[in-house]
Each structure stands twice: as C-alpha cells, then as structure tokens.
Design a protein around this ligand. Structure first.
Ligand code: ADP
Ligand code: MG
Length: 235
C-alpha cells in the first residue's frame, strides 16, 4: 500500500515568555493507506499537536509533510483547507455536534463547504449505518453520549474522506459503548479508510493494527514496559 501520511523531521515549537516548548521535537512517521493506527502517550506528549498537523489544522515550525503523495508543507492555506475538507474527517472527544440541531442537519453541515452528490440521501444512509434512523429528527441534546459520537463519526464520513482522525473519541464513554464505537471505526477501516486515533487506553488502542507511541514530542521506537504502560493508563 502507498504512504498516506508521511512526516519527516516535523517540529512544532511554541514560544511564550522567552521560553520554547517543543511540542514536537523532530517526528518521523509513516502511515500507510487503509492502515488503522492508534497514537498513545502521556498527557502533554504532543499527540494532539501531531494530529492537528496531520489534519492540516495546524502547520509545523519545520519539517516536511507528505499527504497522499502531495507535499502539503509547500501549498497555500486555501489549498490546504480544500484538501482537509475533501480528504479528512474529524471526530473529537467533545463539542462534536451543533446543539439544538437535528441528527440529519448535523450530518449535512460539512456539505456546505463542498459538493456531495445527493447529500440528504447520503446522510440518511450513514444514519442507517450507525443505527440511528429512528432518531434522525432528534436534536443533539436528545441523544446519549454514545449516540452523539456515532453521529460525529457519520458526519466525519459524509464527504467520503480517505482519512479519519479521531482524538480520544471514546474519552467520555462507558466500556460497552466505547467498544461499539471502536467496532464502527473498524468497519469503516475495513471499507478502506485510513484511521488515525488518539487514545490513552491500551484496551482501545488494541482495536488498531499498530500503535505509535509518543513521549516528550518524540516517537518512542522501543516498546515500553508494563510499568510505563500502567503510567500511561493512569494519565
Ligand atoms: P497531548 O495531546 O499529548 O496531551 P498536546 O499536543 O496537546 O499534548 O501538547 C503538547 C505540548 O505542547 C504540551 O506541553 C502543551 O502544553 C503544549 N501546547 C499545546 N498547544 C499549545 C499552544 N497553543 N500554545 C502553547 N503550548 C501548547
Ligand atoms: Mg491531546
């Protein structure tokens, strides 16, 4: 399979009050097309920063980013925004849905930024896939946490993206619901999407094909011991 995501010596430095924080201290990562990867690491290790860069929501201080073969570090913001909208779907831990807006209208939201064939039909299909046809008119405040995340995943799929990026998507959910959500990600992956998912829970990471570990803004090459694993889980 081709490389979908390739970061080469990517650094992200935050400057505040004369002090530099290396959120990413030179990261090299390759994620293949149709791979399902989990990113693990302690709080503050740079997971979200890395995902924001991969998702074209943020730019690196230095380094190169090849997305689906295109050097996106060399293209303008408008082109980046276009690629982001067409190729990447996002699921976050919170604030995924518009309040007081129906399931159907939440799904249709991304389609105002780009063309989708038969958007309402496509949205209804996805709502069926996530098993919420009977809640299609419900407002987001009339849904459970697990149902909200299912809608967020369906919305991330509406533009038929090649990549899904999820930052702690099961963070607020009970174990059974978390596993249902991860089952849904697996299914999406089996249909060909590349998935990059941040979690601090080993049990969740094990749904992925591969785990990338990050610590202090650097990829940890060697596998960590049981003690480190425990430390991660308690973060
Ligand atoms: P994680 O998602 O692994 O918890 P983050 O990527 O959010 O970690 O943060 C990595 C480091 O970068 C942390 O030290 C954090 O405080 C710092 N950081 C993140 N975003 C900013 C920002 N906008 N300004 C300054 N420092 C930031
Ligand atoms: Mg984070």
């Amino acid at each position: 399979m081709a490389n979908m995501i390739e970061l080469k010596d990517v650094k992200k430095v935050y400057r505040s009050g004369g002090e530099d924080t290396f959120a990413l201290a030179g990261v090299d990562v390759v994620i293949k097309e149709a791979e399902f990867v989990a990113i693990m690491g302690p709080s503050g290790s740079g997971k979200s920063t890395m995902m924001h860069i991969m998702g074209l929501l943020d730019t690196p201080t230095s380094g190169t980013y090849l997305l689906d073969g295109t050097d996106v570090s060399k293209i303008g913001k408008r082109r980046q925004a276009y690629i982001r909208n067409q190729e990447i779907g996002f699921v976050f831990q919170q604030f995924n849905l518009l309040a007081r807006t129906s399931v159907l209208d939440n799904l249709l939201l991304p389609t105002i930024y780009g063309p989708v064939k038969n958007p309402v039909e496509r949205a209804k299909q996805l709502i069926e896939t996530i098993g919420l046809t009977d809640k299609i008119k419900n407002k987001s405040n009339q849904l459970s946490g697990g149902q909200i995340q299912r809608v967020a995943i369906a919305r991330a799929l509406i533009m038929d993206p090649k990549i899904i990026m999820a930052d702690e998507p099961t963070g607020n959910l009970d174990t059974k619901t978390s596993h249902e959500i991860m089952g849904l990600f697996r299914k999406i992956n089996e249909e060909g999407a590349t998935i990059v998912l941040i979690t601090h829970e080993r049990e969740i990471a094990e749904f992925a094909d591969r785990i990338i570990r990050i610590r202090d803004g650097q990829i940890v090459v060697t596998d960590t011991g049981e003690r480190d694993r425990h430390a991660e889980e308690t973060h």
